[in-house]
Ligand binder design. Sequence first.
Ligand code: PGA
Length: 248
Amino acid sequence: MADKLVIGNWKMHGRHAFNAQLVKQLLSSEQVDRAGVALAVPAPYLVSVGELLKGSRLSLAAQDVSQFADDGAYTGETSAQMLADVGCAYVLVGHSERRQYLKEEGDQLRRKLLNVIAAGLTPVYCVGETLEEREAGRHFAVIREQLSALDGVDSGAVVVAYEPVWAIGTGKVASLEQIEEVHHEIKAECLRRLKGSATIRVLYGGSVKAENAAAILSIDNVDGALVGGASLVPESFSMICQTATKLI
Ligand code: PGA
């Protein structure tokens, strides 16, 4: 089985002292300090957390990126090239909270994806249906439409995170069958859309915890996890990373 990727998404949480303590606790576990684990931290802390991760095998990830590629008069924006410059390896794109609260969609997300790839970084493109869309039986159509942002991408290692909106931060996890069938569909759809040397890995996200990680990470076509709440609790995140290590 290929290496699993576990990304902790801190969302809008953290302060210098908290971050230092959390990273210290994570790095005290050999199984966490391994290739295949990344921390997506808030933008103001990318540099300082990057420093804390130096000499470890954990990677740095950003939670968002500008749709504008080049330097310019874009007040408040952070480009993919800047994220590369401060040592990020991964960039989340299109997280459902940004789709919901900031109305990110379509072309804007495609530009972000292309900028991340052009900067030599790996995008973690988040897709997933709302409860209403699932209940109406429209989840596959919604996800396929979201994946159209990847059309023709022909290089780079693309990561897609399947995060059913109704499972994020709610404690409700999609059933193993639901995860398996959606991941299968995402891989097939990506193979249709990606070209050339682009490769694809699909993570699951939405209430992943130490208790359910083994079952979820063992499913076919689940190449890792995007972890929100549990990534802020060192014991929980360490357990999830250890579970992923055992499954390699
Ligand atoms: P959660 O968040 O693990 O707290 O459900 C996952 C995410 O939004 O990436």
